[in-house]
Design a protein around this ligand. Structure first.
Ligand SMILES: Cc1ncc(COP(=O)(O)O)c(C=O)c1O
Length: 440
């Protein structure tokens, strides 16, 4: 980053801190390695531009929302058209029906759809539905799996107070009331899951997971693990929820459930659904979904639920994502990029493990063995990661970071990243790795 920008941005952050709580509108926007948010003036395709007019190839992509890249022409036009038509929020439109119909074609679990705004809005409704359907309150989640900043989901490890250094603090150290109702299990640990279901199966309303644990970089399910979740959840009469807010549309049009061929009872999508406009959806079995008000007793509504701008953007985004062969190309490009990136880092003998699936990946610094669990991901070396991220920023590559502790978080490529963009990035990273490998 240029000196001028550093000065200008530092000044801006100082001002923001006197009016915005913590100087930000969302905690994770404070770039922990830069020491303030990275202020962006705009974006186009695979690039974002900072306040100084400096362009960066974007590997954050709005936390994964901008799968098609920034200012996608079709999405932009759809949003403009919707604005010009003056479609009021808080009204149903034919577009809601059209988008829901499309999602029921695309997403294996989707027999019915309910729109909302944020990912967090729909994960909590999934839990509500599961509790109603089963008459039980307890649920299973996996270590480090992120389902939004809502009280029931704030458990990262066994400690519900958030005293775990790598945890997002739950309620400032005050245990949340539902603590005893949450079983937090290690991801990919079949024995632990079976033991929990053997012992508590009749108390469990739902099993929640990120079917690919992208919030800890990229930890795919071990072979057979999703199938095990499916089988044991069904046998226990509990509801299986795949939270695909991040994995949705990432490696297959139908998300991880289509990629792995395991269909949950309920599923959530957001982020890439509307390519950066606020829109989320809960979808699933008709009998469960019809328990939502107004048909049933389970509460869900909202002034901005299914906001028309988000719905318009999603229709345009899906139009693009449905192009035949698109995911074959995306996955081939992504795999080649991850392979070449790993080869460069290995050539410089930097201890980094690259794990990616589809358009999202994790870089595990200080680690060379496969990362299969949250505990593996916690070994991540933040000092090395910080050197990498800052050196990349200097060379025009933007990697976000979410925390100074615990797993590295996720990065990604978009469909706007061209072969030339990725080759340029690899050349710059080669330079970064050479610099990092040099003795100080
Ligand atoms: C898997 C998952 N679920 C839920 C959420 C919460 O979504 P939102 O930030 O839109 O509330 C996120 C956000 O990153 C997520 O990655």
């Amino acid at each position: 980053m240029s000196q001028t920008l550093a000065t200008e941005a530092d000044r801006l952050f100082a001002g923001a801190r006197s009016v915005l709580a913590g100087g930000v509108s969302a905690a994770l926007r404070l770039h922990p390695y830069v020491g303030r948010p990275v202020y962006l003036a705009g974006g186009e395709g695979a690039y974002v531009t900072d306040l100084d007019g400096q362009r960066y190839l974007d590997f954050n992509l709005a936390n994964g929302a901008a799968l098609l890249g920034h200012r996608h022409p079709g999405v932009e036009q759809a949003v403009i058209d919707c604005l010009r038509a003056g479609v009021p929020t808080a009204a149903e439109t034919p577009s809601h029906e059209r988008l829901a119909a499309l999602l029921t074609e695309i997403i294996p679990a989707a027999e019915r759809v309910r729109f909302a705004t944020n990912g967090s809005d729909v994960t909590i409704v999934a839990l509500r539905i599961a509790r109603h359907a089963t008459g039980r309150t307890a649920f299973v989640k996996f270590e480090g799996h992120y389902h939004g900043l809502l009280e029931p989901f704030l458990f990262r490890q066994a400690d519900p107070t958030g005293a775990d250094g790598a945890a997002i603090p739950s309620s400032g150290g005050v245990p949340v009331a539902e603590g005893e109702d949450v079983f937090v299990l290690p991801w990919n640990d079949a024995a632990a899951f079976e033991a929990c279901l053997d012992r508590h199966g009749d108390r469990i309303a739902a099993v929640f997971c990120e079917p690919v644990h992208y919030n800890a970089g990229c930890i795919p399910p071990a072979p057979g693990f999703l199938e095990l979740l499916r089988a044991r959840t069904s046998a226990a009469g509990a509801v299986l929820v795949f939270d695909e807010v991040l994995s949705g549309f990432r490696m297959a049009l139908g998300g991880a459930q289509a990629h792995y061929g395991v269909t949950p009872d309920l599923t959530t999508v957001a982020k890439a659904l509307a390519n950066g406009m606020p829109l989320a959806a809960l979808a699933g079995r008709a009998d469960l979904m019809e328990s939502l008000a107004p048909t049933g007793p389970v509460a869900h509504s909202g002034t901005y639920s299914g906001h028309p701008l988000g719905v318009a953007a999603a229709l345009a985004a899906l139009e693009e994502l449905r192009a035949p062969g698109l995911y074959d190309r995306l996955n081939a490009t992504a795999d080649a990029f991850y392979r070449d990136l790993q080869a460069i880092l290995d050539r410089h003998a930097l201890p980094v493990r690259v794990q990616g699936l589809g358009a999202r990946f994790g870089l595990y610094f200080g680690r060379t063995a496969p990362v299969r669990s949250y505990n593996d991901a916690r070994d991540h070396d933040h000092d090395l990661h910080k050197r990498f991220v800052l050196a990349c920023l200097e060379r025009g590559l933007y990697f976000h970071a979410y925390s100074r502790q615990g797993p590295p978080g996720h990065a990604g490529i978009s469909l706007a990243h061209s072969a030339t963009d990725l080759a340029t990035a690899l050349t710059a990273i080669d330079d970064v790795a050479a610099e990092m490998a040099r003795p100080a």
